[in-house]
Design a protein around this ligand. Sequence first.
Ligand code: AMP
Ligand code: MG
Length: 374
Amino acid sequence: MTNTQVFHVDPHHPDPAAIATVAQALAAGRLVAFPTETVYGLGANALDATAVARIFAAKQRPTTDPLIVHLADATQLARVAFDIPPVAPRLADRFWPGPLTLVLRRAPHVPPNVSAGRDTVAVRVPAHPVAHALLSACDLPIAAPSANLFSRPSPTTAQHVLDDLAGRVDIVLDGGTTTIGLESTVIDLTQTPPVLLRPGGVGVEALRMVLSDLRVPDAPLVTDAAEAAAAPGSQLKHYAPHAPLFLLRGDARTAVQFIHTVVSALHARGLRVGVLIPDEEFPDYTDLRAELVGLGPAHDLAMIGRYLFARLREVDSLGVNAILVRGVAEDNGGGLGPAIRDRLFRAAEGRVLDAADPTTALQQLLRLIDATTK
Ligand code: AMP
Ligand code: MG
């Protein structure tokens, strides 16, 4: 166990003295959790293989899952990558600092464990003032995956980090709630044409303005472990709460009926249910004997994205036996729809129930619940 120190800083104007202290800790090989605009990252000096190995140990992350390297600005790209295609600086101009990660060829002096042994490296320049101040102060590339325990929902507050990693990391830099709340979009520029590996904070339409030939796979999710190693970060059990989560397909009316049916069936077994719904739908559920948690206004995907992981942690902390989520509607143009659906789908480990076929859907749900609550 490590004695985890917490530093509180102003998210917009972090105290330079605190930043300097934390930057020194990073340079000395320590683990530091810090806020970015996407989620909190668990950082270590990317050029120090021992420090990088400590990230995997602290998170209990499989060593097959590569890390994203964070830089203070795009001029530092050549410090970690080589053979950089001309489109990379153009993407950097348009989207950095910001929630876009580029997979490039890894420079030989970057330790292989950063990239889980691949010859590529994922790179991003974050926009959060605290992350930027820290990266500038230490003047090092910082490897930083999300600062959660493996397969738990990503952390969007310093408290989430402490809930998962207190005693396992050296420093938590508390800079408040992250603004986007969903991880970065990852694109692989080492493939021709470039491929979307993970939907995230930058939408595909915006990316295609610069990268017209971007390939977006139909089903970026895989369930097989070998395939998951080939497409890191794509495994289904990701962001998962403790209680089994089920994603519902179907319109609001069919969902209301189905949710009532499920809650009654589980009540009869002495089990409690958590239900995540868009805020507008609360009036449909006033008589429901379940833990209701609002996802945010249905039309405001930025708001839903910002608090999605916090809501997943919240509903899970209520000690329910099952969680039902009304899927989020089609994209409203903000570009976050695919990222939100992707995170919910993984939190559900791929379990999607069709509310329009309630008999089958209820059977599917009860089979799993009965197996897990025995
Ligand atoms: P996290 O920072 O926890 O959100 O995880 C980083 C994710 O970035 C991984 O799970 C992958 O999806 C992606 N990634 C990082 N490095 C690479 C790489 N070299 N090649 C492909 N994907 C990568
Ligand atoms: Mg992660």
